[in-house]
Design a protein around this ligand. Structure first.
Ligand code: NAD
Length: 464
């Protein structure tokens, strides 16, 4: 469907539901979506294999499960989220009755990236539907099989005047961004995030920006090195490193560097075998452009004096890049400056933790920061002295799956939050409603006699 047609359909649907869909209608939409996803499971596995060479288990765990879990969570909590909340009067407001009514913002635009192309399109849709919004989804053109499948799933499960899919690339996205949506939920790069926010400034749509950046790992001297290596290998090489919250690079105490590298090599071999190109558990790079970018990052680092501690093999035809670990990288190299977004892990040895914390503080605030350490005081220090979208302690990635936690970035890694209640809120307007019953407001209205001036002073003293 074209951008304009998709918008018009959903906008017209919204006009036909002035109070927004009731809870039963929202639940029905969520149930229909879950049913369609289950029915299309084989097609989903095939689409992600075609787009990203994604192993079936990874597709189940990172594409299907998060959406179904989000639906289940929303259905379980919908009544509570939608509840009109009474608010007790403050002293100055005695004699009034107040409440907060969560209402749908209206028609939302969801723009999705290619790296988890299904779950990052349909996950936000669950929140939109729970909040009572209609939505237009713009899937990523870089995952074409999944994009077509999303259009089919949505069309089979939901009326087009509630949710429509506009497939296409930058042009479609640009066209959509010029339309007066009520909320824009964007997942993608910080660069495009800026374009989205600038477009939203024109229509004054509210925005949720789920962006990216360089998520660091800090290994402390008291870390369980084996556990750290296992978690980091999993977090980094799942989906071939094309994960917004993948560990981007690792800081390790210099005294532990060799031990950590040995553990990491062991974990990579345990997960992907001696020949990862033959592994059925390892994904491929999404397209030739990203393959060339990653190849450039690796070769640039090696040419500048970095050392290959693991991997390094690349095959252009199949867009395969082996799990690669680099040491002796330098701050001016691409691998230490850009978001890597691929299976390449710089391991940076440090002598003094303060230097690491200063460096993180001087850079852009990351989407996630991971700490591996056993000493509670040190964990607390790192958590307190750094700013990031989220912190994972002795674990990577998993905070994404905890639907009781808000998921989002800060600064260049994002604005606002997704998942569960926070996703519901992103698409809701919390409308305050105040009713006057027997307040004393009338006593303070003009004309301002001497008595009223005294009363105003008294009120100021009592409540000010
Ligand atoms: P991207 O920003 O290139 O594209 C995202 C979407 O924006 C796509 O649908 C694309 O068609 C559209 N788009 C691209 N250029 C545009 C333009 N000039 N104007 C309007 N729309 C445009 O991102 P990507 O390459 O698909 O995804 C990778 C990035 O996304 C990484 O930075 C990653 O960290 C981030 N990411 C963040 C999260 C999160 O939850 N925070 C999740 C996944 C990915």
């Amino acid at each position: 469907m074209s951008a304009a047609a998709a918008f018009e359909r959903v906008k017209a649907g919204e006009a036909g539901r002035p109070a927004g869909p009731d809870r039963a209608a929202r639940e029905a939409a969520l149930v229909a979506l879950a049913r369609a996803i289950r029915a299309e499971e084989p097609a989903i596995l095939a689409a992600l294999a075609a787009d990203l060479g994604k192993p079936a288990v990874e597709t189940r765990l990172t594409e299907i499960l998060p959406v179904l879990a989000e639906i289940r969570h929303a259905r379980r909590h919908l009544r509570g989220w939608m509840r009109v909340r009474r608010v007790r009067p403050t002293l100055a407001m005695l004699g009034t009755r107040a409440a907060i009514r969560p209402e749908p913002k209206g028609t939302a635009l969801i723009i999705a990236p290619w790296n988890y192309p299904l779950s990052l399109a349909l996950g936000p849709l669950v929140s939109a539907l729970a909040a009572g919004c209609g939505a237009v989804i713009k899937p990523s053109e870089l995952a074409p099989a999944t994009s077509a499948l999303i259009a089919r799933i949505v069309a089979s499960a939901l009326p087009a005047d509630l949710v429509s899919v506009a497939e296409g690339g930058v042009e479609t996205s640009t066209e959509l961004l010029a339309l007066p949506f009520d909320h824009i939920f964007f997942t993608g790069s910080p660069e495009v995030g800026r374009i989205v926010m600038a477009a939203a400034a024109k229509t004054l749509a509210s925005v949720t920006l789920e962006l990216g950046g360089k998520s660091p790992v800090i290994i402390g001297p008291g870390a369980d090195m084996k556990r750290a290596a296992r978690m980091i290998a999993w977090g980094k090489f799942a989906n071939a490193g094309q994960t917004c919250i993948a560990p981007d690079h690792v800081f390790v105490p210099r005294a532990w560097e060799e031990r950590f590298l040995a553990e990491l090599r062991g974990q990579i071999a345990a997960m992907y075998g001696a020949r990862p190109e033959a592994s059925r558990s390892f994904a491929r790079i999404v397209n030739a452009r990203h393959f060339a970018r990653l190849k450039g990052l690796i070769n640039g680092a090696l040419a500048g004096g970095a050392t290959l501690a693991a991997g390094g093999a690349m095959e252009e035809e199949t867009r395969f890049i082996a799990p690669t670990v680099l040491t002796r990288t330098a701050p001016e190299m691409g691998v230490e400056r850009e978001e890597i977004f691929g299976p390449v892990l710089p391991v940076i040895a440090y002598d003094d933790l303060s230097e690491v914390l200063d460096r993180i503080g001087a850079g852009e605030k990351p989407l996630a920061l991971y700490v591996f350490e056993r000493d509670r005081a040190l964990i607390e220090r790192i958590t307190r002295e750094t700013r990031s979208g989220a912190v994972g302690i002795n674990v990577t990635l998993a905070h994404y799956l905890h639907l009781g936690l808000p998921f989002g970035g800060i600064g260049t890694s994002g604005l606002g939050a997704a998942h569960g209640l926070w996703g519901f809120r992103a698409f809701s307007h919390e409308k305050p409603v105040l009713e006057d019953r027997f307040s004393a407001l009338g006593l303070l209205m003009p004309p301002y006699s001497g008595a009223k001036a005294r009363l105003a002073r008294l009120v100021q003293r009592l409540v000010g």
